[in-house]
Design a protein around this ligand. Structure first.
Ligand SMILES: Cc1cc2nc3c(=O)[nH]c(=O)nc-3n(C[C@H](O)[C@H](O)[C@H](O)COP(=O)(O)OP(=O)(O)OC[C@H]3O[C@@H](n4cnc5c(N)ncnc54)[C@H](O)[C@@H]3O)c2cc1C
Length: 477
């Protein structure tokens, strides 16, 4: 960055207080929820689309890469910025601009927090369905970039199914609309291409999302199992009955004990695994499906089945699920949360592999995940101060990724590729596949100034520990 000149120009656009360039102030912007670290040259906090566009245009003219930042909860290093780069963050663009109750839509700025939108929509009898476990903190801009999922995405689909249109700034500062800011759209589905592009296509400055009516009836089941294998069988049995619950989550024994240690979520301490299953719909429909779910749980060897209908009771069960990752802090000071997908029918096999890897590498691994989608989250727990432990965790994660790919699954269900998994892309894509993707990126950002160094394998990384690819010689053969 041609430092003083560009910083002065940026300050003239957003005001002195909103350009952060002192190293101590930049410390909180050097990381996200992943393992990579890199301090940006500066962080800019625009207050409007116009300011954001001017900021991005100035960076473009100066040849400086730009990385968007939401709340920094990303788990694949997406918001990590190259040392010469500019981060553009959106705490000043965090307004819900409009709720249209008739058309059931909300127009929001990118900094709006996921749960704040959902809570606000509920005042109108509506809700925003995608509910990442990080929903108390993560932003809609980050959700769009990562195509975020969540427990209730099993029935309702991930973020891409709920975004209607966006206002986006391209790498040179041009402002374009993708999809529709009203209902219908024609031509190429650039909206669909943008969602999940991890900040490499453009920076979203307005997002129009679909809201859903609140369900008439909600019922939550806790299926309690002696071991994880029978819980996996129950998952297949429920889906095999043709039932798509609103949510179908699994919590293993280690996670149950971690959660119960910090809050009584109502999970039995001695269970081998629990399934959290939620049904939603009309009263009659929920009654009918409840009988089928209950039967499937008992048939597959549940030790007990508990049913929660009252809001407080359901809330208690969900608090356990959604605070599990925080609860792991009592087991180890650091975690590395892996995201991988396998066909649902291969869950048992994959969880055995996780257990085998855990023993072989000597790393404690807890499992809390979206079982209905086959989306695993092995969570490695360790103390990063121990020499070599980080390398070990990365190598173990590399093996798990390779296994997901070998089983016909993929590298991420919702956290994206970012820096973390780019070297693994050849496990699931050919060179031609990736070249086709690069052409799409080039169409949006021909000079590759937005979030460069992400998604595509190039050997670069920002973590002090060796990149997992170093441990995976032979995996790509
Ligand atoms: C405990 C925990 C649980 C989690 N559970 C889930 C889960 O259930 N489901 C799930 O999907 N994820 C989950 N995540 C991951 C994370 O919360 C999501 O990826 C989330 O969407 C990131 O949002 P953010 O605002 O924090 O984005 P950031 O981390 O700030 O950024 C993520 C990416 O978005 C880009 N970006 C940010 N804003 C914009 C913008 N306005 N325009 C363009 N690009 C932008 C960034 O450049 C980066 O590439 C979890 C994370 C944690 C820590």
């Amino acid at each position: 960055m041609a430092a003083p000149d560009l910083l002065a120009q940026l300050r003239s656009v957003v005001g002195d207080d909103y350009v952060i360039a002192h190293p101590e102030d930049l410390l909180v912007y050097e990381y996200d929820g992943s393992v990579d670290r890199s301090m940006p040259r500066a962080v800019v906090l625009p207050a409007s689309t116009d300011e954001a566009s001017q900021v991005i245009a100035l960076a473009y003219q100066a040849g400086v890469p730009v990385v968007g930042r939401g709340s920094g909860t990303g788990l694949s290093g997406g918001a990590i910025t190259p040392p010469d780069g500019l981060q553009v963050a959106f705490p000043r663009m965090a307004r819900i601009l409009k709720i249209d109750t008739l058309n059931r839509t909300a127009l929001v700025e990118p900094g709006v927090i996921n749960l704040d939108l959902d809570n606000y929509a509920r005042k109108f009898g509506l809700r925003y369905a995608p509910d990442p476990s990080s929903q108390r903190a993560c932003s809609l801009g980050g959700n769009v970039a990562e195509n975020a999922g969540g427990p209730h995405c099993l029935a309702y689909g991930t973020t891409t199914n709920h975004v209607i249109g966006m206002e986006v700034i391209l790498e040179d500062g041009a402002i374009v609309n993708l999809g529709a800011l009203a209902r219908e759209t024609v031509g190429y589905d650039l909206r669909g291409a943008f969602v999940g592009s991890e900040g490499t296509f453009g920076i979203a400055t307005k997002i129009l999302v679909r809201l859903l009516p609140l369900p008439e009836s909600v019922r939550t089941f806790l299926g309690i199992f002696a071991d994880i294998d029978s819980a996996c069988t129950a998952v297949s049995a429920i889906i095999g009955h043709g039932i798509i619950p609103a949510a179908l989550e699994m919590i293993d024994a280690l996670s149950i004990r971690a959660v119960q240690n910090v809050t009584d979520a109502g999970y039995p301490n001695d269970a081998g695994a629990v399934l959290l299953i939620e049904l939603e719909g009309l009263h009659e429909e929920v009654d009918e499906l409840s009988a089928e779910v209950e039967a499937a749980l008992w048939d597959t060897g549940a030790a007990d089945v508990r049913i929660a209908e009252a809001d407080a009771e359901r809330e208690r069960l969900w608090v356990g699920r959604k605070t599990a990752f925080g609860a792991f802090g009592a087991i180890a000071p650091n975690y590395y949360l892996v995201d991988g997908v396998v066909p649902r029918t291969r869950l048992t096999h994959m969880l055995r592999k996780v257990s085998e890897v855990s023993h072989r590498y000597g790393i404690t691994i807890a499992n809390v995940f979206h079982a209905g989608d086959g989306n695993l989250h092995p969570c490695m727990l360790f103390d990063a101060r121990e020499p070599g432990v980080m390398d070990n965790a990365m190598a173990a994660a590399a093996e798990l990724m390779a296994e997901c790919a070998a089983l016909g699954g993929t590298l991420s269900g919702e956290h994206g590729i970012g820096l973390e998994k780019k070297e693994f892309m050849p496990l699931v894509y050919t060179d031609d596949d990736m070249a086709a993707m690069q052409k799409v990126r080039n169409a949006f950002a021909p000079d590759n100034r937005l979030n460069p160094g992400k998604i595509f394998p190039d050997g670069s990384y920002y973590h002090p520990a060796p990149h997992p690819a170093r441990h995976t010689a032979g995996l790509y053969a």
